[in-house]
Design a protein around this ligand. Sequence first.
Ligand code: URA
Length: 213
Amino acid sequence: MEKSGALRDLEKEIIANVSLPLRESNLVFGEGNPDCRVMFVGEAPGFNEDRLGRPFVGRGGQLLDKLIQEIGWERKDVYITNIVKRRPPDNRDPLPEEIEKYKPYLTRQIDIINPKVIVCLGRFSMNYFLPLAKITRDHGRVFKIDDRLIFPVYHPAAALRSTQMMETFREDMKKLPKVVSGELVAEALTAMPPMPEAKAKKIATKKPPQKLF
Ligand code: URA
């Protein structure tokens, strides 16, 4: 089956699954070119995304569009989605069980699109793919998981709150063409220092923080 047909079927499956959490919010499945080489993955839809049923359409989304254009691409050339496909109430962080429930759909969405590069928008998305990564240390670095490149950058909403983060986000986005062409080589996952056991334990038992954006 062609990719757009497979994506439509997957979207229908999400709609039909009444056991999924957050069904009081609208579905924001994702959009873009299913034949793209670059897929952007955010955390969960916010207010504007819920209203319009489209990912990254608020101020953060406008910034993302602008930086995509600055590297000579267009939003319609890439694919944009989120880990969790419906908006958590009051914009709180998605809960671990919400992520788990939506995980099989993101996994299949990635399998269908088969992008060369996944750009993780923000810490949350980065830790979904790279649980040991730290956004302040690992943004703008290229990692490889199962033949796919994972490229974490700051979340656009975080970039909107600080000039320095904005510049870093812009500089990281400028690297993207070189990530796609293979000029920027992936680092081994072992480049990431293992987390001390005490810290790993603390994270495992920590209450999820309130969503920052
Ligand atoms: N923040 C996200 O992580 N995703 C969106 O779609 C919008 C805001």
